[in-house]
Write a protein that binds this ligand. Structure first.
Ligand SMILES: [Zn+2]
Length: 160
């Protein structure tokens, strides 16, 4: 298993936008792709009893994705969820729910994202190992704010 996972900035923006719809509640969804690349997401309903501190992906969405994968659909590689408390690292509750080694957990908080892979005995709560998110080719464990756009300027001392 690699230590990096790629995702496009557009896809990550979609996940952060989903989390921002109701920042007081955990948003969640499914991740599709390959072991080291997230290529699609599917937002899902959070059916947890208390969505302020927990998430439970709608089992109907989960099973539909598993069925689709078995018939040639996109590969389910993990899921994402948000943390209203501002800490994008797995909670003890998350560690207790980890039961599928290799699965990716992308966690967002306060407009940032971090990624972890389930690994029994791993360094985070003995359940996860951090992996670096590589956003559109730029290595960034935790993406910061976008840099300001620079106006295009032609090279100096160059005539056509
Ligand atoms: Zn969590």
């Amino acid at each position: 298993m690699g230590m990096t996972v790629r995702i496009s900035s557009a896809l990550l923006a979609n996940i952060l936008a989903h989390a921002a719809v109701d920042p007081a509640r955990e948003a969640c969804g499914l991740l599709f792709g390959a072991a080291d690349e997230i290529v699609a997401i599917s937002p899902a309903a959070n059916l947890a009893a208390d969505t302020a501190i927990a998430f439970e992906i709608d089992p109907a969405a989960l099973f539909a994705a598993i069925r689709a994968e078995r018939t040639g659909g996109p590969r389910l590689i993990g899921h994402y969820h948000s943390h209203p408390n501002g800490d994008a690292s797995p909670s003890v509750r998350d560690a207790a729910a980890a039961n599928l080694p290799g699965r990716l957990w992308l966690i967002t908080a306060a407009g940032r994202a971090a990624c972890f892979r389930e690994e029994p005995g791993g360094p985070v709560h003995h359940a996860f190992r951090p992996v670096s998110l590589v956003v559109s080719g730029v290595a960034a464990c935790i993406p910061g704010p976008r840099p300001p756009e620079r106006p295009f300027s032609p090279p100096q001392g160059y005539s056509t």
